[in-house]
Design a protein around this ligand. Structure first.
Ligand code: DSN
Length: 427
């Protein structure tokens, strides 16, 4: 089944349809219903979010949530695992096939849990690791001093160049030659350009390091052929399943066969106890969806939409970090409009456009204010929006950020956003 991209006339996935259960807990279900309505009403531009299919949601609300299954298929520490074994085996088979990998672990509860496992499997505590700076688009679990990674390993960060806001692989190579890391990490949560995985591999080989790629943001683009795959180059690839891959909230690891044993043992018992079998079922369903030809079209449309959105924002006076995007996201410098990211996020929220403030490289503002916002097209493409809608959306965003206190403008834009979201319901 593919996620619906047009009005099916069915009710939403929240209280009305959650497993056909009685809804006696009015307080919780009221909030769930409101969240469902919010998602329908607003355009979701948070680059790390998406709208899953109803089948994925149904699996997460299934009886599999009742089952303990510590261990792996065929080798569990609990009885009664014969059916969840089938589910986990399907998820593993689908993950390896979809990403062309030798092996997979589908149990990590999140992307950070997957990274914990990968670091445990690949290096020893205290090891030197070279990864992308959070301030330039990296991720907390790539060495932030308060994160497990920064606490237990010695990180050095590479970043983008000041003049073009892109990674310079020669600079990364120079840093690796000087630092001599045991592991190099590639991957980002706010970098809009293609990552050069063969270059990362060559640098890792030159300095005798292993290569870990965190493809959390781009996993769906990789699956759909809209971004080069890191799998042939990396020793281990971690990801989340809920961003561009459009599955349930969770983590996933694919790797060379030689790393499967240490990865499995680092996930369980290393960093987790019982796997979430309901989420693993949802991962299996999402992986099947991502293997369909329609998902290849979806991934291409996500990238095409992002390009039009970035171009329209540029034409209307905003600055896109690095000059544009090759993937599903962009960092928009809002300072040309005399604003900071925090205020831009609020102004857009008032017109039902949801996004997050974000540091831009070499930002002069603190993270609590930030000079930019991060926009992504994964979720709005799922609900069926195409290039022509991106041009309209870009003009709305630029207009609101040019006059954030103009109440009549915001009323008008909010009304137009409402017309669009009603024409393209999620469920
Ligand atoms: N919080 C995620 C994001 O928004 O990119 C990363 O974990």
């Amino acid at each position: 089944m593919n996620p619906p991209t047009q009005n099916t006339g069915r009710p939403g996935p929240t209280a009305a349809t959650a497993g056909g259960a009685p809804h006696t807990d009015r307080e919780v279900w009221a909030a769930v219903d409101l969240e469902g309505a919010r998602q329908e009403r607003q355009l979701e531009l948070i680059a790390s979010e998406n709208h899953t299919s109803r089948e994925v949601i149904a699996a997460m609300g299934s009886v599999l949530t009742n089952k303990y299954a510590e261990g792996y298929p065929g080798k569990r520490y609990y009885g009664g695992c014969e059916h969840v074994d089938v589910v986990e085996t399907l998820a593993i088979e689908r993950a390896t096939k979809l990403f062309g990998a030798e092996a997979a672990n589908v149990q990590a509860h999140s992307g950070t849990q997957a990274n914990i496992a990968a670091l445990m499997a690949l290096v020893t505590p205290g090891a030197r690791i070279l990864a992308m700076s959070l301030d330039h688009g990296g991720h907390l679990s790539h060495g932030h001093p308060k994160n497990f990674s920064g606490v237990f390993y010695e990180f050095q960060s590479y970043g983008v160049e000041k003049h073009d806001e892109r990674l310079d692989m020669q600079r990364v190579r120079d840093m690796a030659r000087a630092f001599r890391p045991s592991l190099i990490m590639a991957g980002a949560s706010a970098y809009s350009r293609v990552l050069d995985f063969p270059a990362f591999r060559a640098i890792a080989d030159e300095v005798g390091a292993k290569l870990l790629v965190d493809q959390a943001h781009i996993a769906g683009l990789v699956a759909g052929g809209a971004h080069p795959s890191p799998v042939p180059h990396a020793d281990v690839v971690t990801m989340t399943t809920h961003k561009t891959l459009r599955g349930p909230r969770g983590g996933l690891i694919v790797c060379k066969e030689a790393y499967l044993k240490p990865i499995n043992s680092a996930v369980f018992p290393g960093g987790q106890g019982g796997p979430f079998m309901h989420v693993i079922a949802a991962k299996a369903i999402a992986l099947r969806e991502a293997a369909a030809p329609s998902f290849t079209r979806y991934a291409a449309q996500v990238v095409a939409n992002a390009k039009v959105l970035a171009d329209t924002l540029t034409e209307n006076g905003l600055r896109i970090v690095s000059g544009g995007t090759d993937n599903h996201l962009m960092l928009v410098d809002v300072t040309p409009k005399g604003m900071v990211g925090k205020d831009a996020e609020s102004a857009l929220h008032e017109v039902d456009l949801t996004c997050n403030k974000n540091l831009i490289p070499y930002d002069q503002n603190p993270p609590s204010k930030a000079s930019g916002i991060r926009l992504g097209t994964a979720a709005i493409t799922t609900r069926g929006l195409k290039e022509e809608h991106m041009a309209t959306l870009g003009r709305w965003i630029a207009a609101v950020l040019s006059a954030p206190t103009d109440e009549s403008l915001k009323r008008r834009v909010r009304g137009e956003v409402g017309e669009l979201t009603r024409a393209f319901p999620i469920y």
